[in-house]
Structures are given as C-alpha cells and as structure tokens.
Design a protein around this ligand. Structure first.
Ligand code: ADP
Ligand code: MN
Ligand code: MN
Ligand code: MN
Ligand code: MN
Length: 353
C-alpha cells in the first residue's frame, strides 16, 4: 500500500468538541464525470438546503470552465449526514452553474429535474445496481496474484470464503456509511469477476435517484481512499473472459406497480424499442466494450426484451411477470453512467413521448 491513513492518530481529534459550528462538505461532479469536494464551516445546525449558501470554485482546475472566467457556482441540491466526521456535520450534493446563471455543461441534474417535475403524479421509481471494480495502487485488480490471474469466473459471485471474496471489510464499511448518511441503499453482492462488487440504491423517486447514487459513489471512493484501493467504474475494466460492469436501471411508474401493471410495463418497452440509439448515446462511455451479447448482456446494436432474460436489453423479472405488475429492468446502462441522464431519458421516452 502506497498510501497510509492514521485512524489511531486522527481519532482523538475527531472526538474533540466542535462547538456550535458544523462542517459542510460540498460535493460536485467534475468535467470528466469524477467527484470533487471541499469544506466550509457553517455557524449553526443545518436543517434544509435553504440554510446553506451558494458557494463557488475554480472551474478551470476541474475541466468545467476556462481560466479567464473560471468561477463556477455550487448550488446546494441535497443533504446527507457525514459518516466521516459524524455529529451534525453534513455532505452537500451541489449543482454546478456558470456565472451567467446557465447550468454548467456537466450539470445533467438541471435537465433531469425539469423532466421529473413534469411527471410527478406518475410517481416514477428507480433502483440502480451499481457495479464497480477494485484495483491496487499499482493498477492490478485488488487481491489478484501479481503478474498472474485468479482461477476462472465461477466461485466468486456472491462468494463466501478466503480466495473467493476480496475487500469485504471495505464493502461493509461502505454499506454502513451509506445507511448512516441517509442513502437509500438496498443491498450489496460480490460479482462474477473477482474483486468486482455491486450495491443497489433504490427504490428512489424521480430526481432523488441521481442524488442518492452520486453520493453513494462519493462515499465509496472516499472510503476506498482510506484502504489505499482505487475504485473503477469502467464498464470493461479488464479485456478477456471477465465480466464487464453495468448499472442496471430498474424502473416503474405508479401504473406499473398496480394490479394489471404488466400492460403499462409492456407499453413502456414498446416505446423504449423505438429509441434504442438515443438511449445508448447516454448509457455510458465505452459501453460497446461491455454490450457484446456475451457475459449476460444484450448486443449494443439491437434492442431486445424478455422475461427473466439476462441476455436482453430489457428484462422483466420472473416475479413481475407472474404477479402481473411491478417494474422493468433496463440492463443496458454502463457502470460509469450519469444517473441523471439515464433516469431522465427513461422518463422522457416512456412518459413524455
Ligand atoms: P437483480 O435481480 O437484477 O440483480 P437487484 O436485486 O440487484 O436485481 O436490484 C433490484 C433493484 O430494483 C433494487 O435497487 C430495488 O430497490 C429496485 N426496485 C425494486 N422494486 C422496484 C420498483 N417497483 N421500481 C423500481 N425499482 C425497484
Ligand atoms: Mn482559494
Ligand atoms: Mn443485482
Ligand atoms: Mn450485478
Ligand atoms: Mn440486474
């Protein structure tokens, strides 16, 4: 490990009283789909985003603005509890705006929010299965033999036991940190490729899906930093016979969740079929390396759907088909999606066209 944390040295300082002041960590999405954050002291306990100021940062250092006009505004959008500092300290997910008041090019939340506001009464719910891969600081998958490979895929998915799972302590820490923060995390599992994991967030209504997923990713990369482990959201982190990483997006409206909702699910799938290319365009970079038609994916070039079919673009879970209501699973989104873009286009296609 090339990077060292000193939790024993830090602990007594974190235990010091901090008076009436709290620390607010503003988190935002940068010009390359990464996460950035910085802290400000707030003079009293925060109960709503209206208690927080609009802040700014140097967008020329994050690929979000030119140097001669570099100030980007951070407008608070959602608050979570801070599992690193504890107490009343908070994490603030913020949207990026240019100085003329227009949304920064990286601000997909702005556009998704407009779409979600139009369909409030349809109550769109989402659940995203975030897959990701862990790497050592030297660039090899975490826990893999140096200069070699572990045995072929098979024993690792939902595995238990030494040699089958890697970094379970890190994954446990992340799960509990998400629960503490107020993120609607619904589960975790080890994936098919060793050192690849998944967590699920949802069901979340409307715009909150993106808020919760982005903040859960932030917690993951912050915690992994303490372990000296790198998190990759690349959809095909390793060439060859190793599974890629996706972000299956489960989706329902109120009508789909009610008795006979399968009709509404089928109608939505018909609409999705007409806009395959438009969806693929916002379903993640390098997704062509993953959607090959192998490794439990449908081919990127064609749309397909089916009950319990993990080789299709859209899967209707078996239990949904048998109950005649529930939700659909869009299996196309890659692990590196911006969830605001994905949830936005799903609602646009199925509810607004
Ligand atoms: P899979 O069987 O594909 O591995 P998971 O159990 O990993 O599915 O994830 C399913 C996700 O779907 C969870 O995040 C869950 O909260 C979400 N979900 C459950 N019901 C609904 C619903 N009605 N609408 C949208 N999402 C839902
Ligand atoms: Mn400064
Ligand atoms: Mn899953
Ligand atoms: Mn999975
Ligand atoms: Mn799935």
């Amino acid at each position: 490990m090339t990077q060292h944390y000193h939790p024993d040295l830090l602990a007594p300082f974190l235990a010091l009283p901090q008076g009436d002041k709290i620390q607010a960590e503003y988190v935002w999405i940068d010009g390359d789909g990464g996460l950035r954050s910085k802290t400000t002291t707030v003079t009293k306990k925060v109960t709503s985003i209206n208690d927080l100021r609009v802040w700014d940062f140097d967008g020329s250092s994050t690929n979000q603005a030119p140097g001669n006009d570099s100030d980007i505004y951070l407008r608070p959008a959602a608050i979570f509890k801070d599992p690193f500092r504890g107490g009343d300290n908070i994490l603030v997910l913020a949207e990026c705006y240019n100085n003329d008041g227009t949304p920064n090019r990286t601000n997909y939340r702005y556009h998704a929010k407009k779409i979600m506001d139009q369909v409030k009464e349809l109550e769109p719910w989402f659940g995203i299965e975030q897959e990701y891969t862990l790497f050592d600081m030297d660039g090899t998958p975490y826990g893999w033999p140096k200069g070699g490979f572990p045995g072929p895929q098979g024993p690792y998915y939902c595995g238990a036991g030494a040699g089958k799972v890697f970094a379970r302590d890190l994954i446990e820490a992340h799960y509990r940190a998400c629960l503490y923060a107020g993120i609607n995390i619904s589960g975790i599992n080890a994936e098919v490729m060793p050192s690849q994991w998944e967590f699920q967030v949802g069901p979340c209504e409307g715009i909150s899906m993106g808020d919760h997923l982005w903040m859960s990713r932030y917690l993951l990369v912050r915690i992994a930093e303490q372990w000296g482990i790198k998190v990759s959201f690349h959809p095909k982190p390793l060439q060859g016979d190793w599974n890629g990483a996706g972000a299956h997006t489960n989706y329902s409206t109120k009508a789909m969740r009610e008795a006979g909702g399968l009709k509404a699910i089928e109608a939505a799938i018909e609409k999705l079929a007409t806009r395959h290319d438009e969806h693929i365009a916002v379903y993640g970079e390098d997704n062509d390396l993953r959607l090959t038609g192998r490794h439990e994916t449908g081919h990127i070039g064609s749309f397909s759907s089916g009950v319990a079919n993990r080789g299709a673009s859209i899967r209707i879970p078996r239990h949904v088909a048998s109950q005649g209501m529930g939700y659909l699973e869009d299996r196309r989104p890659a692990s590196n999606i911006d969830p605001y873009r994905v949830t936005g286009i799903i609602v646009e296609t199925t509810c607004l066209l």
